[in-house]
Design a protein around this ligand. Structure first.
Ligand code: F6R
Ligand code: MG
Ligand code: MG
Length: 363
């Protein structure tokens, strides 16, 4: 049976400030998706949040980019916005850039990761959800998971993986895309995706085209032409039997690498893997975090989840992340904690410089 998994997310209000999407909002989402499950639009769903972002994890058999599913997500975020407005929550409706839905969410604000595939005899799925960062935050872990044998043992010892994978990469500045194959083009791939401000891994597949991973790689700030918040990204990864094992997927996040985002979308900080109960960016609106929920699909039904980063084996990663947090914070307004001018997505710095422009004299 062909099944589609759609993870659609948006920040439509939180408390206090940009911290947490409260239960009242998640309840609205659950009610809406319950109705959609009753009328068979959806096979199943799971609603969760990471920081101030609400994630709708949905299964169905309508394929990717389907107007019924995108419309359902859009209307759901609109209903949540109404409650967020009643409660005067912060940033109510912030990710709904337009209120005229025309069949697809592309360019409208919410982040979308989707894939359609033939459900295997057993289908493990990991959904990663991050807050206070950008889609390219997944570049490093996805590279490790799908192309680095020091992370993923299967790349060298599993005959079903030794062929490698295909990476679809978006150039968000020139709005172009390219597909590169590993291990053959590993260096070319790294040359691109190391520039996280420009190149984002959008999807990964096996050499035969079978989908393996999908990221929500829409640049919200660029589409809007002004800063409206970072695109806190989600990612779907299939596991086992020809794909990386679940433990090879989680291992990709064991190093808390530096990502762009954090306070005002303008700082570099460690990506800290946490359990659901700790998905609360409270220090300097961060540090950036990522949660991972593991499911098994059963004819589209979402069995689970297991809160994968809630385990003690990630304690050292978190400790290291908190040490890095302290270290980076002590740079205050200096780079490389504050992002370089070209990558600043918050509008205040250009305003400050504009104010002083007449006072600059030639040296
Ligand atoms: C970053 C983020 C927050 C806000 C910050 C200022 O993605 O959401 O760090 O940028 O709290 O928010 P405003 O400008 O809404 O007061
Ligand atoms: Mg917010
Ligand atoms: Mg957020």
């Amino acid at each position: 049976m062909k099944v589609t998994i759609s993870v659609i997310k948006a920040d439509v209000g939180s408390l206090p400030g940009h911290s947490i999407a409260p239960k009242e909002l998640l309840d609205v989402a659950r009610e809406a998706l319950d109705v959609a499950k009753e009328d068979h639009t959806l096979i199943d769903y799971y609603v969760t949040r990471c920081g101030d972002d609400i994630e709708l994890i949905m299964t169905h058999n309508k394929g990717v980019g389907h107007k019924d599913i995108h419309g359902l997500a859009f209307r759901t975020f609109e209903s949540i916005t109404k409650i967020a407005q009643d409660l005067k929550l912060y940033g109510a409706g912030q990710d709904l850039l337009s209120h005229a839905f025309s069949g697809n969410l592309k360019g409208m604000g919410p982040g979308v990761a989707e894939m359609e595939f033939e459900e295997r005899k057993s289908e493990p799925i990991v959904i990663c959800m991050a807050d206070k960062t950008e889609p390219a935050a997944y570049n490093l872990p996805l590279f490790k998971i799908f192309a680095d044998p020091f992370n993923t043992a299967g790349l060298t010892i599993d005959p079903t993986m030794i062929d490698g994978f295909k990476f679809e990469v978006y150039d968000v500045k020139d709005q172009k895309k390219i597909t590169l194959e590993t291990p053959q083009e590993m260096y070319e791939l790294l040359a691109l995706i190391g520039t996280t401000g420009r190149y984002e891994i959008k999807s990964i597949s096996k050499k035969n085209g079978e989908p393996a991973a999908a990221v929500s790689a829409e640049k919200l700030n660029m589409m809007a032409g002004r800063y409206v918040g970072k695109d806190d990204p989600v990612c779907i990864i299939r596991g086992q039997s020809g794909f990386p094992a679940v433990g090879e997927i989680t291992e990709g996040f064991a190093f808390p690498h530096l990502v762009a985002g954090w306070m005002r979308g303008s700082h570099s900080g460690p990506l800290m893997p946490v359990g659901q109960k700790d998905a609360n960016p409270t220090r300097f609106d961060g540090p950036p975090r990522v949660i991972a929920l593991g499911f098994q699909l059963a004819n589209g039904r979402l069995v689970g989840p297991v809160d994968l980063f809630a385990d003690i084996s990630f304690d050292l990663t978190r400790e290291k992340a908190m040490e890095i947090t302290d270290y980076m914070r002590r740079h205050g307004p200096f780079e490389p904690h504050r992002l370089p001018e070209g990558e600043l997505e918050y509008t205040s710095l250009p305003h400050v410089i504009e104010k002083m422009k007449d006072r600059f004299k030639k040296i």
